[in-house]
Design a protein around this ligand. Structure first.
Ligand SMILES: Nc1ncnc2c1ncn2[C@@H]1O[C@H](COP(=O)(O)OP(=O)(O)OP(=O)(O)O)[C@@H](O)[C@H]1O
Length: 326
């Protein structure tokens, strides 16, 4: 058996889209003479994920994340490439395959709107044939972990977004899937609910060894949950490594926020790479491959009327943005 729960090589998926020039005339002409072009949703993706990982899958809009997830969950089939997920070719063996799969969409609900979540759980128990004893154990375990003991008995339409999302997680986990796709699972949630859901994911990952694939635009989800991250851009993998390496990638640079105790003329700062400056504050970017940090601070304090100084790493958002645009 492969050491990978997901093993994908050379994945390509093209979509046929109609193409026409702008304007009313072109719209009419296209009714008779329609032209098409092929757009690649994914264009040669390789991806390996080990069992028990929480893997971040990120990229800008239109990068190919959803297309990848749709192929991995068996909704779409690719033109080219080899896909093995838990020993299945997802789109060929979908019925057997989905028994081992869970999905949580931040923007779509799997719960019956007018029923309490506990009723949807019960229906899913029947559908997935979860033994009653195990079902009860799992519901109790999840309810306690997410602190939704009372919430699961209220109709879904009466729940807050945070409460509903917690209930969605339980719904996706009751058949104990080995692999769960999470698509923006914390979108729109306040920080308390986000933390509670992240804690849940970590705990379930530890206790049940569930593998999670997390698609998100919220980088704090990644920092909190993922050891490894795959970044997709224009249908290709542009980064595939440990989260910690992302920071190292750019740790050659530091940002220095300075507060001055008297107004500063811009000309006094002209030798620095300035990201921001006004009379009393400035942010300087320092390239550590060119300058020594200690020497820089020493010179700065000697030259300028510095009241306060803060040295920080480049934010992870900026690191990722520069990888997207590379
Ligand atoms: N059914 C489709 N028909 C035509 N083009 C499609 C279809 N699905 C996706 N595409 C195209 O494939 C590319 C990748 O889209 P995809 O939805 O996978 O991106 P994404 O990374 O999930 O983006 P987002 O973050 O905006 O959801 C885009 O150019 C998109 O327009």
């Amino acid at each position: 058996m492969s050491e990978y729960i997901i093993d994908v090589a050379g994945l390509k998926k093209a979509f046929k889209v109609s193409k026409r020039d702008e304007g009313f005339g072109a719209a009419v002409k296209s009714l008779w003479n329609r032209k098409y072009e092929m757009v690649y949703g994914v264009d040669g993706i390789d991806l390996q994920v080990r069992k028990g990982e929480i893997r971040g899958l990120i990229g800008p809009n239109g990068a190919g994340k959803s297309t990848t997830i749709k192929i991995l969950s068996g909704i779409l089939h690719p033109e080219e490439g080899r896909v093995n997920v838990m020993g299945f070719v997802p789109w060929l063996e979908r019925q057997k395959y989905v028994k081992h799969l869970g999905v949580v969409f931040g923007q779509k609900s799997q719960l019956w709107w007018d029923l309490p979540p506990i009723d949807t759980y019960s229906l899913n128990r029947e559908m997935y044939k979860v033994p009653t004893k195990r079902y009860k154990e799992l519901v109790d375990y999840f309810k306690e972990l997410l602190q939704i003991e009372d919430v699961v008995y209220k109709p879904v339409r009466q729940l807050s977004l945070g409460e509903r999302m917690k209930c969605e997680f339980v719904c996706a986990m009751l058949h104990e899937p080995s692999l769960v796709f999470l698509d923006e699972p914390t979108i729109g949630l306040d920080i308390i609910s986000k933390e509670s859901i992240r804690k849940f994911i970590k705990q379930v990952n530890r206790d049940l060894r569930t593998t999670f694939i997390l698609t998100t635009h919220d980088l704090s989800d990644l920092e909190n949950l993922c050891e490894n991250v795959t970044i997709i851009n224009k249908g290709r993998v542009v980064y595939n490594d440990a989260m910690s390496q992302l920071n190292k990638y750019f740790s050659q640079k530091k940002l220095i926020d300075i507060q001055f105790h008297e107004p500063m003329g811009k000309h006094l700062l002209k030798e620095y790479t300035l990201l921001h400056s006004d009379e009393l504050t400035a942010t300087i970017e320092l390239d550590l491959t060119e300058q020594d940090l200690r020497q820089f601070v020493y010179d700065l304090l000697g030259r300028l009327p510095v009241q306060d100084i803060n040295i920080r790493n480049i934010p992870i958002e900026d690191v990722i943005k520069s990888i997207y645009s590379a």
